[in-house]
Design a protein around this ligand. Structure first.
Ligand SMILES: C[S@@+](CC[C@H](N)C(=O)[O-])C[C@H]1O[C@@H](n2cnc3c(N)ncnc32)[C@H](O)[C@@H]1O
Length: 271
C-alpha cells in the first residue's frame, strides 16, 4: 500500500488539490458516509467535544442537523442547500448585515450562508460567493435557482487571489474555510483589498488554543477536516492586523476539542 504524503511535505497547490477533492465529494455525495459529517466539524472518535460545540450524543450528526444545531433557520431550504453544509458557526446570524450591503462569502460551498445573507441585504444588496471547488459552485447555483434567489453571484476562484474588485464590498463573511488556506496572511490581505473603507470582516473559523501535535497536523484527512490547517488564535489575529485590520478580535468562541481546536467568531474593520 502506498503511504499517504504528509501535509508538511506537500506544496500549497497539492494541499489545495486535496481540499478540492475532499469538498467535491461533499458536494456530490460521493463520500461513503453521505450526509454524515466527515469533513469540517468532524472529530476523532475519542474526542469528548467537537470544536463546533458540544459533541452530539450519537457522535455523528448529519449536515442538516448541524445547520439546525448552529441556529440556522432551515425552514423552506431545499435539502441540497443543507446536505453539503460544512460550516463551524453561523457568521450571518452575528454579522449585523444591513439592507443594501454587498457581502462576500469566502469559500461559499453549497451556498447556505449566502442564502441567509441574501434575505438580510435584500434586493438592493448583493451576496457574492467565491469557491475553488467547481462541484460546490454548481450545487450552489442550482440551489439558488430552486430557491428563486436572484441577488447572489457565484464566482469560481481562490480566496488567496480573489476575483473581486478593490474597495467593492461592505462585509466579508466566511464559515470554516480560512483554516483550509495554506497562506492565511494572503487571504486577509485580499479581504482587506476588496473591502470598502469602513468595511467589516466577520468570519467563523477553527483556531487553536495550543499547537497541534505534528502527527495530527500532518494528516491530510485532518487538514481537509478543518483541524490540521488551523493556526493559533493569536497568530490568526496577527495575520489580520498585519493586513491592516483594526480591532481584530475573537468576539465569541464555542466548543474546544482535546487538541485545543475551537470554533471562533472573528471580527475586524478596515479603517
Ligand atoms: C468546510 S467547507 C465550508 C463551506 C461553506 N462555507 C459552509 O459553511 O458550508 C470549505 C469550502 O471552502 C472551499 N475552499 C477551501 N479553500 C479554498 C480556497 N483557497 N479558495 C476558495 N475556496 C476554498 C472549499 O471548496 C469548500 O467549498
Amino acid at each position: 500500500m502506498t503511504e499517504m504524503k504528509k501535509v508538511s511535505e506537500m506544496e500549497p497547490d497539492e494541499i489545495k488539490k486535496a481540499v478540492r477533492d475532499a469538498y467535491s465529494k461533499v458536494a456530490t455525495g460521493e463520500n461513503p458516509e453521505t450526509g454524515i459529517i466527515s469533513s469540517c466539524c468532524d472529530e476523532p472518535a475519542q474526542s469528548q467535544s467537537s470544536c463546533c460545540g458540544p459533541a452530539p450524543e450519537a457522535a455523528k450528526i448529519t449536515r442538516v442537523n448541524l445547520a439546525d444545531a448552529l441556529g440556522y433557520d432551515t425552514e423552506g431550504m431545499p435539502i441540497s442547500a443543507t446536505e453539503s453544509f460544512a460550516g463551524c458557526g453561523n457568521p450571518v446570524a452575528l454579522a449585523s448585515l444591513k439592507e443594501g450591503e454587498i457581502v462576500l462569502d469566502l469559500g461559499s460551498g453549497a451556498g447556505l450562508d449566502m442564502f441567509v445573507a441574501s434575505k438580510k441585504v435584500g434586493e438592493i444588496g448583493k451576496v457574492i460567493g467565491v469557491d475553488m471547488t467547481p462541484a460546490m459552485i454548481e450545487k450552489a447555483k442550482k440551489n439558488a435557482k430552486e430557491l428563486g434567489i436572484t441577488n447572489v453571484e457565484f464566482r469560481f476562484g481562490d480566496i488567496e487571489d480573489m476575483p473581486v474588485d478593490d474597495n467593492s464590498v461592505d462585509v466579508v463573511i466566511s464559515n470554516c474555510v480560512i483554516n483550509l488556506a495554506p497562506n492565511k496572511g494572503k487571504v486577509f490581505q485580499e479581504a482587506f483589498r476588496v473591502l470598502k473603507p469602513g468595511g467589516r470582516v466577520m468570519v467563523s473559523d477553527i483556531v487553536l488554543s495550543k499547537p497541534l501535535p505534528k502527527e495530527v497536523s500532518d494528516e491530510v484527512v485532518t487538514y481537509t477536516g478543518c483541524i490540521g490547517g488551523a493556526i493559533l488564535d493569536k497568530e490568526y489575529l496577527q495575520h489580520m492586523r498585519d493586513a491592516g485590520f483594526a480591532d481584530a478580535k475573537i468576539a465569541s468562541k464555542a466548543g474546544e476539542s482535546i487538541h485545543g481546536a475551537y470554533s471562533a467568531y472573528v471580527t475586524g474593520t478596515k479603517p
